[in-house]
Design a protein around this ligand. Structure first.
Ligand SMILES: CC(C)(COP(=O)(O)OP(=O)(O)OC[C@H]1O[C@@H](n2cnc3c(N)ncnc32)[C@H](O)[C@@H]1OP(=O)(O)O)[C@@H](O)C(=O)NCCC(=O)NCCS
Length: 150
């Protein structure tokens, strides 16, 4: 995918973002985009973004930037990542991670974190391939990972 871009949520791209998986009755290790957008509405430090391939919405990522968060893993890093099924394994998720890492660098940070659902149906291998390593912590039954930013 040569033409990926990270953009803000807009009136125009919101419907397609809401159509990303999971939809009702889907089983996926991530919340629906509608939940994330609702959380972002009430959480001023949330950073929701859409991944476009040309004009097509192919992903959604939400980070959070709040050093005062009670849970350390929620202070700087990825809260949510949803990639369209037909766009998977083509670099969209990695692009979203890189964009969040870039934003973290702009903010003067040297690491980002993420929590993932353990097990074969979770995104562990994806995050490890993107450079995350397990911190050894388990938070809300999820594996904590960190990516150190060089
Ligand atoms: C997990 C997810 C975000 C990955 O996105 P993606 O766009 O398919 O990932 P990429 O194409 O950028 O893959 C990057 C690397 O991870 C690997 N990878 C991706 N998904 C993988 C999987 N399910 N199992 C093993 N490896 C995987 C790719 O092969 C690639 O490896 P490489 O370094 O050899 O090139 C996507 O499958 C998804 O939305 N899953 C459901 C929701 C989810 O789990 N979100 C994360 C919540 S924290």
């Amino acid at each position: 995918m040569a033409d990926l871009q990270l953009v803000e949520l807009t009136v125009d791209n919101l419907p397609a973002a809401l159509g990303l998986p999971p939809q009702a009755n889907d089983v996926e290790p991530v919340s629906p985009v509608a939940w994330s957008v609702a959380e972002a509405y009430v959480n001023p430090t949330a950073w929701p973004r859409v991944v476009l391939d040309g004009d097509d919405v192919v992903g959604f990522v939400m980070a959070n930037w709040n050093p005062a968060e009670e849970v350390p893993e929620f202070r700087a890093g990825i809260w949510r990542l949803n990639v369209a099924r037909e766009a998977r394994r083509r670099g969209v998720g990695r692009f979203a991670v890189e964009q969040v890492a870039e934003e973290a660098r702009r903010r003067g940070l040297d690491r980002i974190t993420v929590l993932w659902v353990p097990g074969p149906d979770g995104p562990e291998e994806f995050y490890l391939r993107c450079g995350f390593r397990k911190t050894g912590s388990v938070v809300f039954d999820q594996v904590a990972g960190e990516l150190l930013l060089g």
